[in-house]
Ligand binder design. Structure first.
Ligand SMILES: O=P(O)(O)OC[C@H]1O[C@](O)(CO)[C@@H](O)[C@@H]1O
Length: 509
């Protein structure tokens, strides 16, 4: 077992045993100051951990765990551009895209390159605004899609209205077919976003779009592999840079966010970065016990390793954040879905929970039954917004009432004479409450999750910035492609061979 795993078990096991039969409702009853003392406010973001299943002593132990795992030092190393992504021998300097909180040459240089790229991006935004273009198609997948897609959707109240922004992602040709069908190629610009410019889905969709546009005049690219983007036919003046020191799932703050800037304007984009920078400064400087991303991360480790909870739900009570769970699935599960340390050792304890979720109140009418009465306890992050950006006051009151009601019902449960109508309760949740949803608060919210993910990776002793687990499937798909296309090539796996025979036999001629 690794030192990190041993530290977690040794620190948390006594408290887990002590609190084995503890009930959240009793913890709240026994400690009048808990609702306030287990909450934090960072600018326009309030977080309550009062409905987690730990008490003050366990919370102190979590803070001590963060200290023993040297979380503050790990954050300093991240911001300073240390090689935190050891398997790829790279720093992870997404924070330099929005903050200047380090004096190291590498971090300053990254910050300067990011600023320079933003100036070029602003020029391209201005050129497009002055053109006849009405529609933008962002072609990308994973980190080259999910972040921009989330932000464009979440900030629809802040859109300039100058462009309609669309996202083309899936290699399934019906995505291109249907997305392009309603657009006019003469009035559409496409941005091919790919850090590597080697991603099958984006290259295939990019080729479809390039042909559909009838030329490369309105073809743009964002990539860390500029030569490949240019070889694809994108003019050099329309290629914006990315760098290997930014991970794809941490990249929306770079030119990968070109579509965001087109949707909300450069001012909106800068405000998004400013919100993330607020959270960066807080994550780097606040003591562990008052540090929101670190407490969020430690709570995650408590739920995973002390309580043994295998999944985690993200439940935004705001339709504009409906895409947040999908975005976080990549951020959290691609970053923390590891069982081996950088030294090649098995971690020895559970790491990432399966993250899932959906917006409230919709999900109350789908999967909440299982949250309330299912056999598994699912810890959740509930996210609400105090001030809406619409005039429908009764709707908003209903939304907030439901949000409060669900966290209360999950924690407290209810006993009825009929066991089928009883609720076990004791289901933990964190509540994140934004004063309002705007570019700045959204930037802070996303950065909170980024930093929580990094802190969890440090606690578990794993690398948050590589993703070797996605490679095997890509390689096999590449090998199978000729067979699927009808070539007579040898396929070793007997089940795959039988499935290919079935596909070939059923395929319409
Ligand atoms: O931006 P690219 O290089 O096209 O990669 C897209 C996505 O593919 C992945 O490598 C996973 O397959 C992600 O990490 C990344 O965000």
């Amino acid at each position: 077992m690794t030192t990190a795993a041993r530290r977690i078990i040794d620190t948390l096991a006594p408290h887990a045993r002590r609190l084995d039969s503890a009930r959240i409702a009793d913890l709240v009853d026994a400690d009048a100051a808990r609702p306030h003392d287990f909450a934090l406010r960072i600018g326009g973001l309030y977080a309550s951990f009062a409905r987690q299943r730990f008490d003050r002593d366990a919370r102190d132990a979590l803070v001590a765990l963060g200290d023993a795992a040297a979380l503050p030092q790990a954050f300093r190393a991240l911001f300073d551009g240390a090689i935190v992504n050891t398997s790829e021998n790279r720093p992870a300097l997404h924070v330099a895209l929005r903050s200047a909180l380090s004096d190291t040459a590498i971090a300053r240089d990254a910050h300067a390159q990011a600023a320079e790229a933003r100036v070029r991006m602003a020029e391209l935004v201005a050129q497009l605004e002055a053109s006849d273009v009405t529609d933008i198609v962002n072609v990308g997948i994973g980190g080259s899609d999910l972040g921009p897609r989330l932000v464009v959707d979440a900030l629809k109240d802040f859109g300039t209205g100058r462009f309609r922004v669309h996202f083309l992602t899936n290699v399934d040709g019906s995505d291109a077919q249907h997305r392009l069908a309603r657009l006019d190629p003469a009035k559409t610009a496409a941005i091919l976003v790919s850090k590597t410019f080697g991603t099958q889905e984006t290259l295939l969709n990019g080729a479809v779009v390039r042909d559909w546009l009838g030329g490369s005049e309105r073809l743009y690219a964002v990539s860390a592999n500029v030569p490949r983007a240019e070889a694809f036919g994108v003019a050099p003046e329309r290629v914006l840079p990315m760098w290997d020191w930014v991970g794809g799932r941490y990249s929306l703050w770079s030119a990968v966010g070109f579509s965001i800037a087109l949707a909300v304007g450069m001012d909106g984009f800068e405000a998004l970065l400013a919100g993330a920078a607020d959270m960066d400064a807080h994550a780097l400087q606040a003591p562990i016990g008052e540090n929101l991303p670190l407490l969020h991360a430690l709570t995650g480790v408590w739920n995973r390793n002390a309580l043994g909870l295998a999944t985690h739900a993200v439940l935004p009570y705001d339709e504009r954040l409906a895409l947040l769970p999908a975005y976080l699935q990549q951020l959290v599960m691609e970053s923390l879905g590891k069982s081996i340390t950088p030294d090649g050792e098995a971690v020895g304890i559970d790491t990432v929970p399966v993250l899932w979720g959906g917006p409230g109140t919709n999900s109350q009418h789908s999967f909440f039954q299982a949250l309330h009465q299912g056999t598994q306890t699912v810890p959740a992050d509930f996210i609400g917004v105090v001030n809406p950006a619409h005039p429908h006051a009764d709707n908003h009151a209903a939304l907030l009432s439901n949000l409060l009601a669900q966290t209360e019902a999950l924690a407290n449960g209810y006993s009825a004479d009929d066991a089928q109508k009883s609720y076990p309760g004791n289901r933990p949740s964190t509540l994140l409450l934004l004063d309002r949803l705007d570019p700045r608060s959204l930037g802070a919210l996303i950065a909170l999750y980024e930093h929580s993910v990094y802190a969890q990776s440090v606690l578990w002793g794993i690398n948050a910035f590589d993703q070797w687990g996605v490679e095997l499937g890509k390689r096999i798909a590449g090998e199978l492609m000729p067979a699927v296309q009808g070539d007579d090539v040898a396929v070793a796996d007997p089940v795959t061979r039988a499935l290919l025979d079935e596909i070939r036999a059923r395929r319409a001629r």
